[in-house]
Design a protein around this ligand. Structure first.
Ligand code: ATP
Length: 907
């Protein structure tokens, strides 16, 4: 198989432009890397120049795969009719048409059409909003351009770009690798093979199969370990993935456990209503009523009791919640998370970057047995090391190791210093500059010959350099990993002396106790022929020193942790960092109290599952935890009955993120693998966003419950009125058409407005909701009974009174219809809060609701007084006295429900 696409565009004679040579295909894997770069006019050392990038982008376009259209609009519209609730309406419409009731039939069809249009538009909005959010999570890549490392959106890549890969990256385009160190990829998206494939840079035979092209990295696959670099050979639709086009734009799933539960519930409701309607029909016939009038009564019952607005309201409420969360920097990837968030009982958070700023500054250095403080803050290299200390011996070696064993880059952008890469490494470059050591010069002078990339599980990294004919491996990482392998240390003058283990450990723990993040550095003299991997496996390190850096806690995290505690949520810190540092930060943000201890990964490994479950009830800080242990922690917490939200950023965090009830990935520091596994992504990595998302999640759930609490009693009330009329042998107080009118207008202009209810302050003052809590609990059943009886008494009562006073049937029915609408409007205000009285919610805190009420008033006036509406809906004008009675019934209902709420303190 051969690669084609933009690879067809190869260099023309000038060496700077790309041109098309149709028909030519290039097997990039069959070319030596240098040759591939030459053909693409790319430079491994410098990357492309910005001017060249612009012209290539003009020629090749953005690096994205053209999305295949999903379900067409016609099909999506048609599917709106394929819902049990709508099918019943359609059936009623057909039968009424056969019976010759053209107006009724026309209106029923009209209503189903309107319903479908509303559903179609809303679904489209919700899908677009979710898809837009997913797109806003576009992956970023590290690229070498103009000799400088940059982070850019992967859509900005062009052929010839030099891409740097690290563990956890999603490959952004097809690359010919020219450097690969321990690089392993999962290519299942392309080849279906789920085992990891090791990558290298050697040239392969031209006829190598796609799955075996180990010197290529293909778009859409993910790197799970190591480091590497490659030159982009194909972008967008021309990549292998683009060509086979597996990435079909899928419409996001708009369901959650609650909406699924409601669908099941409404299907049951439909069956029950169907049976009741048949019963009504039979009872009426038994009494000798006409089949026609009984059929119309059965239809009235069915359309009245069916909550038509429910599915749309659910989708809209969820969509509004998701976009509110996005504004608060939490992007939902999987919709059910919105709901689960409200039930979370434990949040397990990383430390670095989530609870802290991830703005590292080296404050102290311990080298040659001497502790030195460093002044200055942030990434600006302004500050002094000690009191104008001589930079030599162990101190110099310590700074040199920090600079050489480093992948970050320090750049000045508009007088503002920035770090591209890991902030911990950035801090090491800054401190070296404060000592007058320029990383670019040093890195050029002593280039890296080999490396062991950093890995959270390994907790260190190493690089190999040749300095004045001697091969050194520099190590930097956790003290626990480097000290046990050290056999000697450097003194002030840089001479080798015996290791002073206790003194080093004391220095490290005193730095950690001050909340400093401690990094150890060491070196190893290796024979020129010995490989770095083999050397690093053994001992014999010369310990050089410790660097202690501050990473201040995020001020917002402190208030967010407090808010979680108030909301009955336990916050736990799970970090790869030193126990002392972790505890100090945990105390500052309020996760641990004075005297509380931290459990380390090693202690954790020694516990059996039962003991771990016990420990988890009391210990909130877990330090030196390996990513794999996170999965065990999540499982143990779940075994304790907790609903767990867990953060993560690395490749190895993915299983824990999947296992957690809510997996949360970091948007900035997180790898693509972690983001793919997560339910939610934090755009700025801030812990406060998790708390905000929980608050929103609780708010969304509340609003859904409010809608249900509003709609079910009103639907039930309508059904009850019809049944009562039939049982009593009275004329129907409302016709099927009038019921449809009531249901459609009130669901859209009243019920839906509850989705815009602001979150109640109290949501974060109550404990998490147990996920198994039924929606139809005793309180709701009681409310259904109460409101439907009020509706029955009000509408039937006034209807009979109108007739008794000699008014026409049309007038009496108009009164009954208005009773329904007015009671529903007033009851809506009762439903604005599940716990507080309508007055305390703040009358004008939801503007949408008032607009809805205003529209409803205008609609009812037109229904009552417009001749066309009178003709269509068999209504008639009524007098002000009737209005007074109707409003009194509404007010009475409002007060009764209000008092009931106060007495029962719920819903
Ligand atoms: P958190 O888990 O809260 O994000 P963390 O960043 O300390 O904390 P890891 O990234 O897993 O967690 O790092 C674990 C340890 O590895 C650190 O405490 C540090 O000692 C060491 N370490 C971190 N970054 C580097 C690096 N770039 N090079 C070498 N060692 C590192």
């Amino acid at each position: 198989m051969q690669v084609s696409g933009p690879c067809l565009r190869v260099l023309d004679g000038s060496g700077s432009k790309l041109s098309d040579r149709p028909g030519e295909t290039i097997s990039w894997h069959g070319l030596p890397a240098d040759e591939a770069a030459t053909r693409l006019a790319a430079s491994f050392a410098e990357g492309l120049a910005e001017t060249e990038v612009a012209s290539r982008r003009a020629a090749h376009g953005e690096n994205r795969i053209t999305a295949k259209p999903g379900r067409g609009p016609l099909l999506r519209f048609a599917l709106q009719f394929v819902q049990p609730l709508v099918l019943v309406l359609l059936l009623a419409g057909v039968v009424t048409a056969i019976l010759g009731e053209w107006v009724d039939s026309g209106v029923i069809f009209g209503v189903t059409l309107i319903n479908a249009v509303i559903g179609f538009v809303q679904e489209g909005h919700a899908e677009n909003a979710l898809a837009a959010l997913a797109r806003s999570l576009a992956s970023e890549v590290t690229v070498l351009r103009g000799g400088c490392k940059q982070r850019l959106a992967s859509t900005m890549l062009v052929p010839g770009d030099i891409v740097l890969l690290a563990a956890g990256d999603k490959v952004p385009a097809d690359l010919r690798l020219f450097r690969a160190k321990d690089l392993q990829a999962i290519e299942s998206a392309l080849t279906g093979e789920s085992a990891a494939v090791a990558k290298h840079e050697e040239t392969l035979p031209e006829d190598t199969l796609l799955a075996e092209r180990c010197n290529m990295a293909y778009a859409g696959t993910v790197m799970i370990s190591g480091q590497g670099a490659g030159v982009v050979v194909a972008t967008g639709d021309h990549t292998e993935t683009g060509r086979i086009s597996r990435l079909i734009a899928e419409a996001p799933d708009l369901t959650t456990p609650l909406t699924r539960k409601m669908t099941v519930f409404s299907n049951w409701l439909l069956i029950a209503i169907g049976l009741l309607a048949m019963l009504t029909f039979a009872v009426g016939m038994g009494r000798g009523e006409s089949a026609f009038s009984m059929f119309m009564a059965a239809v009235a019952l069915a359309v009245g009791a069916i909550p038509e607005g429910l599915p749309a309201a659910m989708t809209i409420t969820l969509a509004i919640g998701v976009s509110r969360m996005a504004k608060r920097r939490a992007i939902i990837r999987k919709l059910p998370a919105v709901e689960t968030l409200g039930s979370a009982t434990v949040i397990c958070s990383d430390k670095t970057g989530t609870l802290t700023e991830n703005q590292m500054t080296v404050r102290e250095i311990y080298a040659g047995g001497v502790r030195t403080t460093v002044s200055g803050s942030g990434y600006a290299p302004n500050g002094k090391i000690g009191e104008g200390q001589q930079i030599d011996g162990a101190l110099r070696e310590c700074l040199l190791a920090g600079v050489l064993c480093n992948d970050a880059e320090l750049c000045k952008n508009n007088r503002h210093w920035e770090v591209v890469g890991d902030p911990t490494e950035g801090a090491l470059l800054v401190v070296a500059r404060k000592a007058g050591l320029d990383e670019r010069t040093l890195q050029k002078l002593f280039p890296r010959i080999d490396e062991i990339p950093f890995d959270s599980a390994r907790q260190y990294m190493a690089t190999r350099h040749e300095i004045q004919g001697v091969h050194f491996a520099y190590f930097k990482g956790a003290l626990e990993r480097l000290l046990p392998r050290s056999v000697s240390m450097l003194d002030c003058e840089g001479l080798t002396i015996p290791l002073r283990n206790d003194e080093i450990e004391l220095a490290a723990s005193s730095m950690a106790a001050e909340g400093l993040r401690v990094l150890a550095v060491a070196r190893l003299v290796i024979g020129a022929a010995c490989s770095l991997d083999a050397a690093s496996a053994g001992t014999g390190l010369q310990f050089i020193g410790l660097l202690g850096m501050v990473d201040p806690p995020r001020p917002k995290a402190i208030t967010a942790v407090k808010a979680c505690h108030r909301a009955g949520i336990v916050v736990k810190m799970i970090t790869g960092d030193h126990a002392g540092t972790a505890l100090s930060i945990a105390r500052q943000v309020g996760i641990a109290k004075a005297g509380e201890r931290a459990l380390t990964g090693r202690e954790l490994a020694a516990l059996d599952d039962e003991a771990l479950r016990g420990v988890l009830r009391t210990v909130n800080v877990y330090a030196r935890v390996e990513p794999e242990q996170k999965l065990r922690l999540v499982r143990a917490l779940q075994a304790n009955g907790e609903i767990v939200a867990m953060t993560g950023d690395g490749v190895n965090d993915a299983p824990a993120l999947k296992q957690a009830n809510i997996g949360i990935a970091m948007g900035l520091a997180g790898t693509e693998v972690a983001k793919d596994a997560a339910d939610m992504v934090l755009t700025d990595d801030d812990f406060a966003a998790i708390e905000a998302a929980v608050e929103e999640g609780r708010g969304v759930y509340d609003n859904l419950v409010k809608f249900i609490t509003w709609t079910l009693p009103t639907n039930f009330g309508e059904g009850l009125v019809i049944m009562a009329a039939i049982v009593a042998g009275a004329t129907l107080p409302i016709t099927p058409l009038q019921i449809l009118w009531i249901n459609m207008t009130t669901a859209v202009f009243l019920g839906l407005m509850l989705a815009f209810e602001p979150i109640e302050h109290a949501v974060m003052h109550r404990p998490p909701r147990p996920p198994e809590t039924p929606i139809l609990d005793a309180a709701l059943v009681w409310r259904i009974v109460l409101v439907s009886v009020l509706l029955l008494a009000g509408s039937f009562g006034l209807f009979l009174r109108e007739l008794a006073q000699g008014h026409s049937l049309a007038e009496a029915r108009t009164v009954a219809v208005n009773v329904f609408v007015v009671v529903e409007t007033m009851y809506l205000f009762n439903c604005r809060s599940l716990t507080r009285s309508a007055r305390r919610v703040g009358l004008f805190s939801n503007r949408a609701l008032w607009y809805g009420v205003l529209i409803m008033v205008l609609l009812q006036i037109s229904l009552t007084y417009l001749p066309l509406m009178n003709r269509l809906f068999a209504t008639a004008a009524i007098g002000w006295l009737e209005w007074l009675e109707i409003l009194s019934v509404g007010l009475l209902a409002y007060l009764v429900v209000g008092i009931d709420k106060q007495v029962r303190g719920h819903r």
